[in-house]
Design a protein around this ligand. Structure first.
Ligand SMILES: [Zn+2]
Length: 290
């Protein structure tokens, strides 16, 4: 699954020539296909699209939404919230895993519809408010509708609403303010820790000679160390394939209450990304030789 996702990312991120423009458009259409929303565990619901995660955390005092998908995902996410029986106007807080087009692109429209406050890391604030990722990439610049960041969340800070406590874990590299969110939930009488995973893929990031983000390699390496220390029973990713979301959903629908519980998932995902990073860094270093 990780491989398929990586291929899709490659297609999307390298599609900068006119010949490939159609492929990019196809990928966006494929990613943005509507899927039925569902409850994952406890008060955590999937409201994203086929290729992009968006998660609604409901509370008696209003709701929290993590990620907005592509700009064209916003109406689908809003509809999915309604389909689950919730009112988009009750969304109070919007969070983001990272400031790239495919996870932050829909936030502007969702912010307008819900009136929710956006809370984000300092590292991604500039990108969200500019509508452009920070740092140089091999796919040039992908603009997205900018948003107003209402409040900065520091690493380790807890966002609270209606008894829900989400802790920000900032792991820079993929973006300068890449943010995972950790959430304790009660599900079927047991306590689980859910991690909304940011990403640690290279994407199209320049690892060598990135004048806009010179310490990017150190950031990635610290991020891999950090992720390896984190414990999570359930991993939910902003690309569903990364943590096998739809396969697990099938198992859940078939009656397997443990479908999403997998304490080994985060370690395996981290290790796959770490190896891909080191191989990518080696390749980019070689290619940069005169
Ligand atoms: Zn990204």
């Amino acid at each position: 699954m990780l491989i398929r996702c990586a291929l899709l990312m490659t297609v999307l991120l390298f599609a900068s020539t006119p010949a490939l423009a159609q492929t990019e458009a196809d990928t966006r259409v494929e990613w943005n296909r509507a899927v039925q929303p569902f409850t994952v565990v406890g008060n955590v619901h999937f409201v994203g699209v086929a290729g992009l995660g968006a998660y609604l955390i409901t509370t008696p005092e209003g709701h929290i939404l993590i990620d907005g998908g592509l700009p064209e995902s916003a109406p689908r996410i809003i509809q999915s919230i309604r389909d689950l029986g919730f009112d988009p106007a009750d969304v109070r807080i919007l969070l983001n895993t990272h400031a790239h087009l495919d996870h932050a692109g829909g936030l502007s429209e969702i912010q307008a519809v819900t009136g929710a406050r956006i809370m984000a890391s300092e590292g991604d604030r500039g990108a969200l408010e500019r509508g452009r990722h920070h740092g140089l990439t091999n796919y040039g610049t992908w603009w997205f509708p900018p948003v107003r960041v209402d409040e900065i969340v520091a690493d380790g800070q807890v966002v609270e609403l209606g008894g829900v406590r989400l802790t920000a874990i900032v792991t820079p590299g993929h973006t300068a303010g890449c943010t995972n969110w950790s959430l304790p939930v009660e599900d079927r009488g047991r306590n689980l820790t859910v991690l909304f995973f940011c990403s640690a893929s290279i994407g199209g990031n320049l690892l060598v000679g990135n004048s806009e983000y010179p310490n990017i390699v150190d950031d990635y390496r610290q991020t891999f160390e950090r992720l390896a220390q984190i414990e999570a029973d359930v991993v939910l990713a902003n690309h569903p394939d990364i943590a096998d979301l739809f396969e697990r959903r099938e198992r859940l629908m078939a009656g397997d209450d443990e479908a999403f519980v997998d304490p080994s998932a985060l370690g395996a995902i981290t290790e796959t990304f770490r190896q891909a990073f080191e191989a990518g860094l080696e390749r980019q270093t070689r290619d940069a030789q005169p």
